[in-house]
Design a protein around this ligand. Structure first.
Ligand code: GDP
Ligand code: MG
Length: 177
């Protein structure tokens, strides 16, 4: 179609969840602005960022929600989760505790959004291979047990970031069509 600019077939609300400092805000800025902030402090102000993407023959507005650092105080509000159709559950491959906390985040998402929400497990910071604490195998096994899609990324090196967002959008689209 030549009216690509005005067309919008779907609006999908996607969440970023996971422990503080795993790289959620940088995954979002890498995907929506192709930017990385090495000294990012807690995100202030921005509730979500949007990106228009074409997936197959559909134009999708991805509305991606980021916390403003409330995860540090376990105070992510229920309105954050409401209406979401997908979530990236992020851990830091160099901090094993952030991987152990993934279960808690998944439960929180399912309880507060909807039980059919599509989840993607994301192991971020794979540029830091030397200090890795979570093996790919360990995460893959966990993902299979929980029936989750799984990907490893680096917001810093721009590895698999687009793929992560696009793959969850594709799966959501399959159910929305
Ligand atoms: P958030 O609290 O989950 O939103 O995490 P941020 O996006 O604020 O990132 C926390 C810290 O990790 C910042 O210092 C980032 O620069 C850094 N960071 C984020 N993603 C990566 C990555 O892929 N690789 C490396 N080496 N550092 C990252
Ligand atoms: Mg953040």
């Amino acid at each position: 179609e030549d009216d690509f600019e005005d067309r919008e077939d779907f609006l999908f609300k996607i969440l970023l969840v996971g422990d503080s400092a795993v790289g959620k805000s940088n995954l979002l800025s890498r995907f929506t602005k192709n930017e990385f902030d090495p000294d990012s402090k807690s995100t202030i102000g921005v509730e979500f960022a949007t990106k228009i993407v074409q997936v197959e023959d559909k134009i999708i507005k991805a509305q991606i929600w980021d916390t403003a650092g409330q995860e540090r105080y376990n105070s992510v509000t229920t309105s954050y989760y409401r209406g979401a159709v997908g979530a990236l559950v992020v851990y830091d491959i160099t901090i094993h505790q952030s991987f152990e906390n993934v279960n808690k985040w998944i439960n929180e998402v399912i309880e507060n959004s909807n039980p059919n929400i599509l989840l993607l497990l994301v192991g971020n910071k794979i540029d830091l291979e030397d200090t890795r604490q979570v093996t790919t195998e360990e995460a893959k096994t966990f993902a299979e047990e929980r029936n989750l899609a799984f990907i490893e990324t680096s917001a810093l090196a721009s590895t698999n970031v687009d793929q992560a967002f696009i793959s969850i959008l594709k799966r959501i689209l399959k159910f929305a069509k």
